[in-house]
Design a protein around this ligand. Structure first.
Ligand code: FAD
Length: 321
């Protein structure tokens, strides 16, 4: 059944995040020949709106306002509900990002509809949209359909393939005047902690270090390898707790959930809480000097050895490619 779907795009550091294109692809599947309407909040949105069209949105609504230039729960909730009032969509999709995780349940509650979070695939089966999502820290998957009312889902970054970019595609881009009032909080300043320039949750390659790196300086060989590969640097909680790196790098149950094409785990034992954040990576390479380390059970390739020998050799080899 053809449906009208809204996709909330996400802009970070003046770039449209990839998960926006993945959400459009998911919405296209659910829309089943219906209309996909992109929504963007913030400032200077024209180029981002065009990009949403190039990646498959049929039209885009922008709401430009200073109060929307940084994500806040209050302002985005007010703005998105006003767009929903006008558009009355049959479904909404957004990224399962920090802001998506915060916003989606509030919108679902206000619209009195269900919500599928953290979807990794969506398919049409027997005329229904079927979402697959991981459960039990990624040890199993469940399939969900929404039988009544709106279809509302958040999609995990790096899982649903975006449509191919078509720069010749055109679509209507219109602006909406949303009314933002009585904000209970505003963002004054953003203090950034980076993972080597590449956004960890959207990185295609991650080089992660654990307690085996032994010190903050021990991360240097990993950073050099990451630079050669264009990768982000991540870490286990063991490494963060030992103060070898910042908690912004933590991957796992209580850190970031990542699904890169390649995950290199160096000096990480493979505790269940760490696996919860990375076991769905497409290819996992483990480097550990203990051949019995549990990380080898989920690894596609295992290197038993000292990371301080192995990593520099990998860096040298990749430099030649
Ligand atoms: P260790 O388990 O100490 O492993 C270090 C590994 O390095 C060992 O396997 C060792 O053989 C290897 N090694 C040592 N030296 C070298 C060397 N020179 N070369 C190669 N290998 C070497 N953990 C997370 O990662 N993310 C989470 O989100 C998370 N959430 C948690 C939530 C809860 C509620 C709890 C209870 C725990 C959580 N943990 C989490 C912690 C988790 O249980 C582990 O303690 C942690 O993942 C261990 O980190 P590690 O693998 O770096 O350290």
């Amino acid at each position: 059944m053809a449906m009208k779907m809204l996709v909330l795009g996400e802009v970070k550091d003046n770039e449209l995040r990839n998960v926006t294109f993945e959400a459009i692809a998911a919405a296209k599947t659910v829309a089943d020949g219906g209309e996909v309407v992109g929504v963007l909040f913030g400032e200077n949105l024209q180029q981002h709106a065009e990009k949403m069209v190039h990646y498959g949105a049929d039209r885009v609504i922008t709401a430009e306002k200073e109060e929307l230039s940084q994500y806040t729960t209050d302002a985005y909730q007010q703005a998105l509900l006003q767009v929903c009032d006008v558009e009355n969509p049959e479904g909404i999709i957004m990224g399962h990002t920090s802001s998506g995780k915060d916003l989606a349940p509030r919108i679902a509650a206000k619209l009195d509809c269900g919500l599928v979070t953290d979807a990794v695939t969506v398919e049409i089966e027997d005329g229904q949209s079927v979402f697959t999502r991981p459960i039990y820290s990624g040890k199993a998957f469940e399939k969900k359909v929404m039988e009544n009312g709106r279809i509302f889902a958040t999609v995990r970054p790096n899982n649903i393939a975006p449509l191919e970019e078509d720069t010749s595609k055109t679509g209507d881009i219109s602006s909406m005047n949303v009314d933002i009032k009585d904000l209970r909080s505003i963002v004054k300043d953003v203090v950034k902690k980076s993972s080597g320039g590449v956004d960890l949750s959207e990185a295609k390659i991650i080089v992660a270090g654990g307690r085996g790196v032994k010190s903050a300086e021990g991360f240097q060989p990993l950073e050099e390898l990451a630079e050669v590969l264009g990768a982000a640097v991540g870490a286990s909680r063991g490494a963060c707790d030992a103060e070898y790196c910042d908690y912004a790098l933590q991957i796992g149950q209580t850190g970031k959930v990542v699904t890169p094409d390649l995950y290199i785990a160096a000096g990480i034992s493979g505790a269940i809480q760490h696996l919860a954040g990375m076991s769905n990576s497409k290819v996992i390479v483990a480097i550990n000097k203990d051949p019995e380390a549990p990380i080898f059970e989920v690894a596609d390739y295992g290197i038993v050895g000292d990371l301080f020998d192995v990593i520099p050799k990998l860096t040298e080899e990749f430099k030649k490619v």
